[in-house]
Design a protein around this ligand. Structure first.
Ligand code: NDP
Length: 293
């Protein structure tokens, strides 16, 4: 085969799907997982199962890692020869952890590309899938064609922490948006209103936010954040801080969890107390950047 040999380390939900995608594209694929018994389907599809992680690392021209965190890579690769190897780790961890791992792999003569994959297992290799990469640009470019099988490859810069910074920026929005929807569905649910009755309103809010109309808050806020100017004549932050307490009240009155509404109200109050009451919602940015001690 003219396709480069790929190794996949970690056969959880993500790694096993990645291995399937590489196999389907005709890449000779070697797999390894800490716990045995997860490679059966892949071996049936043509993968080679390595007996050890060291053997797996040696087999691939490109080594893709997908485990629960970076400590798992340390455990798995402790005895592996990394000289001249290109590792692409798509596991989650914090940016500083990625930076430290990059140095540690370089100390052993290898190259670490860090990545954050922005899609659940069924989306891997499907339209809309993308991966944030950071670290050595040459390594990403050298393997771009193979990596693009997983999704669009967006290279963000040389700092190895960048992939996770973007990944966590997006995950933070994904989780808080969907969690706030769950809170809201629970709130109307206490009045026997089903989530289907709330969904169209939620959908319109999300669509409008991303559009460029008068409710296109994503663009409006982007300009405000970039310029550090937060006009509040039409909807001042003090008014919204008071309103955020009413949201807390609403959840409390029906005996629901108030953690997320309270966290919001606390942030609004701290921005208000810091003198941003007459600014707009965008001034929360200032409270986020300079948290109250
Ligand atoms: P799973 O829980 O399905 O798999 C976890 C994998 O990590 C297993 O292969 C497990 O091996 C391995 N592992 C854990 N600890 C160690 C260790 N100490 N040494 C060696 N191997 C270890 O997770 P996913 O596949 O869902 O996720 C993998 C990564 O991808 C995570 O970092 C996750 O945050 C990220 N991710 C997941 C998405 C998803 O939707 N699932 C989406 C985007 C990113 P073993 O079988 O031996 O336990």
């Amino acid at each position: 085969s003219s396709r480069e040999a790929v190794t996949v380390i970690g056969l959880g939900a993500m790694g096993s799907t990645m291995a399937e995608v590489f196999l389907a594209a005709g890449h000779p694929t070697t797999v390894w997982n800490r716990t045995a018994g997860k490679a059966g389907k892949l071996v049936a599809a043509g993968a080679a199962e390595a007996a050890t992680a060291a053997e797996a690392v040696a087999a691939g021209n490109l080594v893709v890692i997908s485990q629960v965190d970076y400590a798992a890579m340390d455990d798995s690769l402790a005895g592996a020869e990394l000289e001249g190897r290109v590792l692409v780790n798509l596991s989650s961890d914090n940016p500083d952890r990625l930076r430290a791992a990059s140095l540690a792999v370089a100390d052993r003569g290898g190259t670490l590309v860090t990545g954050g994959i922005m899609v659940p297992p069924p989306g891997i290799g499907q339209p809309g899938a993308y991966v944030f990469y950071s670290g050595p640009a040459e390594a990403v470019e050298a393997h771009r064609e193979t990596l693009q099988l997983l999704g669009r490859a967006d290279y963000m810069g040389t700092d190895p922490g960048l992939a996770m910074l973007y990944y966590q920026a997006m995950l933070n929005m994904f989780w808080t948006t969907l969690t706030s929807y769950m809170y809201s569905a629970a709130l109307v649910g206490t009045a026997d209103v089903g989530p289907e009755q709330l969904r169209p309103y939620a959908a319109a809010l999300l669509t409008d936010m991303a559009d460029e109309g008068p409710m296109g808050y994503l663009k409006i806020l982007t300009t405000e954040i970039a310029q550090g100017v937060y006009p509040g004549e039409e909807n001042n932050l003090h008014m919204q801080a008071v309103g955020s307490e009413h949201v807390v009240d609403a959840f409390e009155q029906v005996g629901l969890d108030t953690g997320m509404p309270r966290a919001l109200a606390a942030l609004f109050a701290s921005a208000d107390a810091a003198g941003h009451g007459r600014d707009g919602l965008g001034a929360l940015t200032e409270a986020i950047r300079k948290p109250a001690a």
